[in-house]
Write a protein that binds this ligand. Structure first.
Ligand code: NIG
Ligand code: FE
Length: 381
């Protein structure tokens, strides 16, 4: 079934060779983009979606989310807004609720969040484990995650569970837990932070995970300027995520390698932390991605548009840079060449905005601007 999207006022391709086109049309067939050209030259197809002069952008690629969980931490959020600091200690609250939950309950929560994301234009999402922290609970979290996405991430090293010895737990995460989780995971991640896993422990988990065939990403430099970013670059991780507290050496390391800096401004919003400096990274030549970090503790938003607005207002990104980071940047952070851009051969994942240009994503924060979503060539909304 072929699909024509025509009368596109502004086509933001996020593809450097195509840039932004006006008065354009796009044809999808068999789930892929097969033609892009001037509206006046649009061919006949089976189905047609009239964009009515609106802007069309690539589907958002949310490359960092923690969606398999149970429970609510709104009281912790309210306390933070009254001055309590965020330490990551609340992860254990969600771990307790997640262990208690049934498979069906976890599946229903994950389904609700992914549905919410798709309705807001997110056509690819990465989903991490990390709220089970036993062999069985991590494996079932990943099993459930894999029902919703191919981008599954083993995060057994999210925090040391209450009562466990840090080195013994690290050995578990490098051994039997990894073995049980690897069949359901594409990626491995570790929270490298004071109070979670130090540089040596993070290195052990990442090295063992790479040996088990998983590709790497790291929660790095969120709360302190620790060793996470440099470790991510050294081990060839696809992405170093958060990057809130960076030294000059961290920026140099990112600039010298191929590791994407994934910025998660929803976390800074919700933890009242200073925002990362995207401008400093971009000016150093680092590829930046934007993602939601959707989780019940530090960033309970499923909205990529909200993250774009924050990045533009607070992180010195232009609207075009922020949208590119939320699409092509996320794709690079997931090492995917088939998504995050509108070009011939790419997957037909597109969003029609109820707006004349992509700038409105930041210009009209909090406003639902998704008019239609095309996923794998099908109009899904
Ligand atoms: O990315 N920092 C580590 N993990 C999550 C937060 C998890 C939580 O607070 O439940 C994050 O911010
Ligand atoms: Fe996270």
């Amino acid at each position: 079934m072929s699909l024509l999207i025509d009368n596109i006022g502004e086509l933001f391709t996020a593809d450097p060779t195509l840039g932004v086109l006006h008065d354009a049309a796009v044809v999808a067939d068999e789930g892929h983009i097969v033609w892009i050209g001037p509206n006046t030259a649009a061919p006949e197809t089976d189905e047609r979606l009239d964009a009515g002069g609106r802007a069309v952008i690539p589907g958002f690629v949310d490359s960092h989310a923690h969606l398999v969980f149970a429970g609510d931490r709104s009281a912790e959020f309210a306390a933070r807004m009254s001055g309590e600091p965020y330490t990551g200690g609340g992860i254990r609250t969600t771990v307790a609720a997640t262990r208690e939950a049934s498979d069906e309950g976890l599946r229903a929560n994950t389904s609700q969040l992914t549905t919410e994301m798709l309705a807001q234009g997110t056509t690819t999402v990465e989903i991490k484990s990390g709220y089970g922290l036993t062999v069985a609970d991590e494996a079932r979290s990943l099993q459930i995650a894999s029902e919703f996405t191919a981008e599954t991430t083993y995060l057994g090293a999210h925090t040391v569970p209450s009562g466990a010895d840090p080195d013994e737990y690290t050995a578990l995460a490098c051994g039997p837990m990894l073995e049980a989780c690897a069949p359901h995971a594409k990626w491995a991640d570790v929270f490298c932070e004071r109070g979670a896993f130090d540089g040596d422990q993070a290195r052990a988990v990442l090295t063992a995970s790479a040996k088990a065939g998983l590709a790497l990403r790291v929660h790095a430099n969120q709360l302190t300027a620790g060793p996470g970013v440099r470790l991510a670059v050294e081990l060839g991780a696809a992405s170093a995520d958060h990057c809130t507290h960076l030294t000059a050496a961290d920026v140099d390391a990112l600039a010298s390698g191929d590791t994407v800096a994934t910025l998660l401004p929803g976390a800074e919003f919700s933890t009242r932390s200073p925002y990362p400096d995207a401008r400093r990274l971009i000016d150093a030549g680092v590829t930046v991605a934007l993602a939601t970090d959707c989780n019940p503790g530090s960033s309970f938003t499923s909205s990529m548009a909200f993250c774009i607005a924050l990045a533009v207002r607070e992180m010195r990104m232009t609207p075009a840079e922020a949208l590119t980071a939320a699409t092509a940047g996320g794709a690079k952070a997931l090492r995917r060449k088939d998504i995050g851009r509108i070009s011939v051969g790419a997957r037909a994942d597109l969003v029609v905005l109820d707006a004349p240009s992509h700038v409105h994503l930041a210009y009209r924060p909090g406003t639902p601007l998704v008019k239609a979503v095309v996923h794998d060539g099908d109009i899904v909304r």
